[in-house]
Design a protein around this ligand. Structure first.
Ligand SMILES: C[S@@+](CC[C@H](N)C(=O)[O-])C[C@H]1O[C@@H](n2cnc3c(N)ncnc32)[C@H](O)[C@@H]1O
Length: 224
């Protein structure tokens, strides 16, 4: 398995440059136009608090879905292109305010803000809940402990968490998105329950099928 040191350079490109290039060139095969089915099925009604953190949010329409359920939703995303596309795809007007590390893009008519910049520089008062789809699995193994530590710092101790992982044979094809197996998940959060899994092979990025993979499980984990 390829292991990336933090801040690695591969073929003279940093991780950051690689994500920005993907957005620039429209290589965003992970994006689900209709949002995530696992979120809609397993997000609890009203009892998980108000402020929801969505790390590495891309332009997911899940932000909209959560806001429509009454939450104040805060996403963090590196690529300004993604943020602008989120607002234009959904016909939402927004205002920008500049911060020390990250700029804030706030919708005029919905409780949605997206901070533009590196998640590892994001600071905030603690959130009530976490929705992670495509964040933990976007990061190579060496970066995940740092991501989890940063996320824990941004959450209340009893915060509700819905985390979506992928499970597949990493020896057949490399990420991102990476496989994150249960043995690793429990080292980060030992109170998570595995509540659902579906085979994602038909909708996963084409490189997986091209490499010969025949199954890839999308797994939903919930805090107890
Ligand atoms: C696999 S995509 C998932 C996007 C979104 N969660 C979804 O489900 O559609 C990962 C996203 O993380 C962003 N990203 C990667 N590293 C980041 C970082 N350090 N800080 C903020 N965003 C980052 C990328 O630009 C990309 O949009």
């Amino acid at each position: 398995m390829m292991v990336f040191p933090i801040g690695y350079r591969s073929c003279a490109k940093t991780v950051t440059e690689d994500w920005l290039d993907r957005w620039k060139n429209g290589r965003t095969g992970w994006h689900e136009a209709n949002g995530n089915a696992g979120l809609k099925c397993h997000w609890p009604p009203n009892d998980c608090g108000n402020r929801v953190l969505v790390p590495l949010c891309g332009k997911t329409s899940d932000l909209l879905w959560l806001a429509e359920r009454g939450h104040e939703v805060v996403g963090v995303e590196l690529a300004e292109i993604a943020i602008r596309e989120f607002f234009s795809d959904n016909n939402l007007a927004f205002q920008i305010s500049h911060g020390d590390h990250l700029d804030r893009y706030r919708a005029d008519d919905l409780p949605i803000s997206i901070y533009c910049g590196d998640y590892f520089h994001f600071v905030s008062t603690p959130f009530d809940a976490l929705y992670d789809r495509g964040a933990l699995v976007a990061l190579p193994p060496s970066m995940r402990p740092k991501y989890v530590a940063q996320t824990k710092q941004l959450l209340r101790r009893d915060a509700f968490r819905l985390i979506i992982t992928l499970e597949y044979d990493q020896s057949i094809v490399q990420g991102p998105p990476f496989a994150v197996l249960p043995a690793e998940i429990v080292t980060y959060w030992d109170d998570l329950q595995r509540v659902d899994e579906t085979d994602d092979i038909d909708t996963c990025p084409p490189k997986f099928r091209a490499a010969g993979l025949t199954a890839i499980q999308e797994v939903v984990w919930l805090s107890s």
